[in-house]
Ligand binder design. Structure first.
Ligand code: GLT
Ligand code: MN
Ligand code: MN
Length: 389
């Protein structure tokens, strides 16, 4: 029998080199795993069943590597892609690791740092394009402050805009065809990061020279760190035509950046998220931006990667059950029922409608007293998830 939960290329499951390649360093402890080479990580991901691999420039080519080192790494990496059939759908720049970025990259107060960040990004775009990436992610990890004494937040917005506009032109000039995806995070590593939520980026995008080229890359953990509903952020991005990429992982609310296996913490939110992505027909990568627990060896890292994909596929199957369940669909139809009687008064504005609506009598007590059966509906969701429906 076909295993429904077996990852396949059409599921578009991807991982960053930095995810399965994480050596488990944290602010309190040293690495717990030996670093693997990028090509070794490609074989590991292929074994786990992934479709693609993404990277920061420095994940693949270490900062400061010579031209011959670059060539040697690229040769082995390309060979691993060829051997496994894995593809590179997305690339990004590490603008947070090197000390030069300690006060930000595109928003640094130092114009030399801002220029260096542009240079590093253009070179990383060249590398991404060479390996076939079509989405380019911008996560401004250091773009923020630890004290508002340090920077004018309006200048920071203007600098960030100038940088993205510059890079959009570079993208056009080189004919790369990248779609840019901006990734928000509220804090960590800075005390406060600019554009802390997906919604903030959605508003910013419309102020760019090429808004059509730029969308968002929402991450579960980042909205959860801010105590927000991730599904709602994704829905807004989708509705605006801006869901260019997505970072799946998990995270307890309002904590440090946990980056856990997809579904490890909030299965119910993960369920409604998967149902949303599948129902609307999102066609981009399902990218897992997460780490294995620090307790794991590389067998555990494979368990982690398999777990992310398997949970997604289990939830996808649960979403099919939800959509096919007559009781659930009946309840949904009831609560969304519309007899059309309000149509003459609502929708597109006209003065006549407004006047008629102002004088319409509503039986507010009757309308307000109606029970909506959401307790029943939510319990049915739980029963689907618990596997008894
Ligand atoms: C970093 C961060 C992620 C970003 C990555 C892209 S790197 O691990 O925590 O959320 O998506 O730069
Ligand atoms: Mn994260
Ligand atoms: Mn991320």
């Amino acid at each position: 029998m076909e295993d429904l939960y077996q990852p396949k290329p059409e599921h578009r499951f991807t991982f960053g080199l930095w995810t399965v390649g994480s050596v488990g360093r944290d602010p309190f402890g040293a690495p717990v795993r030996q670093a693997l080479q990028p090509w070794e990580l490609v074989y590991l991901l292929a074994e786990a069943g992934a479709y693609g691999v993404n990277f920061h420039d420095d994940d693949l080519i270490p900062f400061g590597a010579s031209a011959s080192e670059r060539e040697a790494i690229l040769k082995r990496f390309k060979q691993a892609l060829k051997d496994t059939g894995l593809v590179v759908p997305m690339a990004t720049t590490n603008l947070f690791g090197h000390p030069i970025f300690k006060d930000g990259a595109f928003t640094s107060n130092d114009p030399r740092v801002r220029a260096f960040a542009l240079q590093k990004t253009m070179r990383a775009m060249d590398l991404g394009a060479e390996l076939g990436a079509k989405v380019y992610v911008f996560w401004g990890g250091r773009e923020g402050v630890d004290t508002d004494a340090a920077k004018n937040p309006v200048d920071a917005i203007k600098r960030f805009r100038e940088a993205i506009n510059f890079l959009c032109e570079y993208n056009i000039d080189q004919g790369y065809g990248f779609k840019f995806a901006l990734e928000a995070k509220p804090n960590e590593p800075r005390g406060d990061i600019y554009f802390p939520t997906t919604g903030a980026y959605l508003a910013f995008i419309n102020t760019l020279d090429h808004p059509e080229m730029v969308g968002v890359n929402p991450e579960v953990a980042h909205e959860h760190m801010a105590g927000l509903n991730f599904l709602h952020a994704v829905a807004q991005a989708w509705e605006a035509g801006k869901l260019f990429h997505i970072d799946l992982n998990d995270q307890n609310y309002v904590r440090f950046d946990q980056d856990w296996r997809f579904g490890a913490q909030n299965l119910k939110q993960a369920f409604f998220l998967v149902k949303f992505l599948e129902d609307v027909g999102y066609e981009g990568s399902r990218h897992f931006d997460a780490h294995a627990y620090r307790t794991e060896d590389y067998e555990g890292v494979k368990d982690f990667a398999r777990g992310c994909m398997r949970t997604y596929l289990v939830l996808k199957e649960k979403a099919c059950r939800w959509n096919a369940d007559p009781e659930i669909q009946g309840l949904l139809q009831e609560v969304n029922a519309d007899d059309g009687s309000m149509l003459p008064y609502t929708g597109k504005y006209s003065r006549k409608k407004a006047e008629q609506l102002k004088s319409l009598e509503f039986d507010v007590d009757k309308i307000a007293s109606r029970g909506l059966q959401y307790e029943k509906l939510d319990q049915l969701a739980n029963e689907i998830l618990l596997g008894i429906r």
